[in-house]
Design a protein around this ligand. Sequence first.
Ligand code: MF3
Ligand code: CO
Length: 258
Amino acid sequence: MINYKTQNELGLMRQAGLALAAVVEDLKAAVQPGVRTREIDKLAQARIRSAGARPGFLGYHGYPNSICISINDEAVHGIPGPRKVVAGDIVSLDLGLVLDGFWADMGCTVPAGQASSEAQRLIRVTDECLQVALQHAQPGGRLGDISAAVQRHAEQNGFSVIRQFVGHGIGRQMHEAPQVPNFGRAGSGPELKPGMTLAIEPMVNQGAPEVYIKPDGWTVCTSDGLLSSYVEHTVAITAQGPQVLTALDAASSGRIAV
Ligand code: MF3
Ligand code: CO
């Protein structure tokens, strides 16, 4: 069942999203060669708490940290630890917080120092996948419009999308209906209606779409060992178009009508 949010609830979710966007901005700056991933986790937890929020991932289904950090062939759900970021790595940050009872979920992939041009292209195309997803997140459309747009953009650029993990509805729970796959058919799936709130998260592989989970039970890696990139925003469908609840400022939160 899809939980449609009221204007008041959307306002609370925007506050959560704004708080998270500010945290992510700080964390991006912390991704530098030599930093240990557990140091980024510590910073994430401190920043979330000082915003008056709760680190949502911590303890979620037993997850041990406040952030997922996934490097190079790690696609998503990497666990912070003693690993040091190396120049040229591409580093995905994925974190969520709960403020006033509502979740925000967001992530991005950034290079540490100078990454290869192919790695940079992968990150850019993944970011573009989220932009085309937003262009298709229109009331009156279908969820499959979003999914198909992401898949098409990734594949047109010679990349692939992960099938085993998907985006999701979000609200008082991190994971609500509906699932938001990064693949599918335009015109299929539930209708996009004002009040829907979706975590849209393109997960794009440099090579084949297959992934496996490491023995730690969390870290998702590409089966071919090639790079993977990811980006995520929490988005509301409004009568005027999509609103990016996790945008850093009002101007970029937009209500993009076509
Ligand atoms: N963004 C991820 C998701 O939507 C985060 C879940 S990781 C966990 O599924 F640690 F919280 F489980
Ligand atoms: Co998510």
